[in-house]
Structures are given as structure tokens and as C-alpha cells.
Design a protein around this ligand. Structure first.
Ligand SMILES: [Fe+2]
Length: 280
């Protein structure tokens, strides 16, 4: 398998930074840490995971609900409060807000931002107190307070997860464990949670019916880090050799880009990954 040092970024396509970034900062407690013409990088203060937000213009498609990102609050009551606040602000931010749902011990509300992407605000208060599993344990050491995110009635404490769809859970698990060396946690029959051992955030993989999926482009990808430029080439060689074994759809060539070496990989489920070196 290849040797990864982390799951470090998500790449997120929107239509307009002017519309999407205020949703992230005002409703999800994310902060802008870098900005350029059509790109912004955001992160949550308690989460080292970065989201690279790319402005793609009005033709960017709506993404499926099954490809959302999620932030977590500490208590179930905050979900009721978040729902109220989203209802109050939905005109200003041009949101579509779903009803509150309970699913697998998660109490949560989903909404769509005008860039065509779903978000979830979730509470795992009940699951955490039941000691369910380490994915549901709090992802923060020091909770943000009302002073950090005042006046909403809820406080996103971490950016906890992204979500992908897959065709076959067992084959997908094999790819994550045997090719990428990631940790896989299975709590329910139709989903697995995949994460790097060094960090708490994870990607939920939901098994979907064949033919029922809308595939994502490489603009909605996750970035995995290896320790050096040489390791990028070694990972590329290894994956090339094992492409058929793991049913990879596409393996692009290594590129030198903005001070890193990296390549794109389209996996057995036609989901996109980037393998990159640290900046050099
Ligand atoms: Fe979720």
C-alpha cells in the first residue's frame, strides 16, 4: 500500500465566492485563511482540515445531498436553535433548509447554499454519551464559546466530515485499507467511515444503488498527503501497478504545481482523490 501522512484538504466547487463564503463564515464558523482571485481556503478553528473553495461560475452543477460536508455542535438543543436561525436567515443567504432529522443517533439539519452544495449541522450528543464509537466522540479539545460565535444559539465546534457515495462497500473498504492504508470504521450495514489515523475527521461512504448516482468532477476531491515529492512518484508507480486490482477508473500523471508534486486519481467508485507532497 502507499504510505500516507494525512487527509489534509477537501476541494469544494461553488458558483460565486461572494455568495458561498459568507454562508461558511456566518453560519458554519469557518474562517478564511487564504484568498486569491477565484479561490479561497477556509478552515474551522478546531480542525486542521482545509477546504479549498473554487469559484466555477453559474454553470457549476448542484451536488447531491449524499456529497455534503458537516460541522458538529455539542448538544441536540443547538440543532433546534440552528434550524430556527437558518429559517430566519435563509432569505439573506439564499438557502434551502431541510427539516430536522434523526439518523443513527445523529440529530441534524441539512441545508443547501447558493453554490449548489449541501451542508449538515449535526449533534452526536446522545451517541457520544452512549459511548458509541470514536467517530462520534468530540473532535475538539477546547470548545468555542458564545464569545467566538455569538447570537446564533448554536456553535459549530469542528468540521467533522465529508461524504461520498460508493457502489460496493466491501470493494471500497479493500481499496481504502489495502491501497491507501486508511482506517475504516463500519457502524451500519450500508455505510463506512474512512479516516487517516492522525486526525479525527472522516469521510462517510454511503452505498448507493447502481445507476442512482450523479458523479462528481475532480473539482470535488479530497487531498491525501505523502511525505515528499519522491513519495508522490512512488505512490503513483504503486497505484499504476495495482490499477486493475483495485478497479481504478483513471490515474493521471504526476504534475509539479504551485510548489508541490501531485497527481489525480479516480477510484473504483469514480470519486476523485489527489495525492500530494508538502510544499517544497
Ligand atoms: Fe453527514
Amino acid at each position: 500500500m502507499i504510505q500516507l501522512s494525512g487527509l489534509i484538504r477537501g476541494h469544494y466547487e461553488c458558483r460565486s465566492l461572494t455568495e458561498t463564503i459568507p454562508v461558511m463564515t456566518n453560519l458554519l464558523a469557518l474562517e478564511v485563511v487564504a484568498e486569491s482571485a477565484r479561490r479561497a481556503i477556509v478552515k474551522h478553528p478546531n480542525t486542521a482540515w482545509l477546504l479549498v473553495v473554487q469559484e466555477a461560475g453559474s454553470s457549476a452543477p448542484d451536488k447531491p445531498r449524499m456529497n455534503h460536508y458537516g460541522v458538529r455542535v455539542a448538544t441536540d438543543q443547538e440543532i433546534e436553535n440552528a434550524y430556527e436561525y437558518l429559517q430566519k436567515m435563509k432569505k439573506d443567504f439564499r438557502l434551502k433548509v431541510d427539516r430536522i432529522r434523526d439518523n443513527h443517533h445523529a440529530h441534524s439539519v441539512h441545508f443547501v447554499e447558493p453554490g449548489g452544495n449541501w451542508w449538515e449541522i449535526e449533534s452526536y450528543e446522545k451517541a457520544a454519551s452512549a459511548g458509541m464509537a470514536h467517530t462520534t466522540a468530540p473532535h475538539w479539545k477546547k470548545a468555542l464559546t458564545e464569545l467566538d460565535f455569538p447570537g446564533r444559539g448554536y456553535i459549530p465546534q469542528a468540521l467533522t466530515h465529508g461524504t461520498l457515495q460508493c457502489d460496493n462497500l466491501e470493494q471500497t473498504r479493500r481499496f481504502y485499507e489495502e491501497a491507501l492504508g486508511l482506517e475504516v470504521v463500519q457502524l451500519w450495514p450500508t455505510s463506512i467511515y474512512v479516516k487517516h489515523r492522525s486526525s479525527p475527521w472522516y469521510i462517510v461512504n454511503l452505498e448507493s444503488k447502481p445507476g442512482a448516482r450523479q458523479y462528481l468532477s475532480s473539482a470535488q476531491r479530497f487531498t491525501l498527503n505523502v511525505e515528499s515529492a519522491l513519495a508522490v512518484f512512488e505512490a503513483h508507480e504503486w497505484l499504476k501497478k495495482h490499477k486493475d486490482k483495485f478497479g481504478l477508473t483513471e490515474l493521471r500523471e504526476v504534475q509539479e504545481q504551485a510548489g508541490t508534486s501531485c497527481f489525480l486519481l479516480c477510484d473504483l467508485n469514480r470519486n476523485w482523490w489527489e495525492i500530494a507532497s508538502p510544499f517544497h
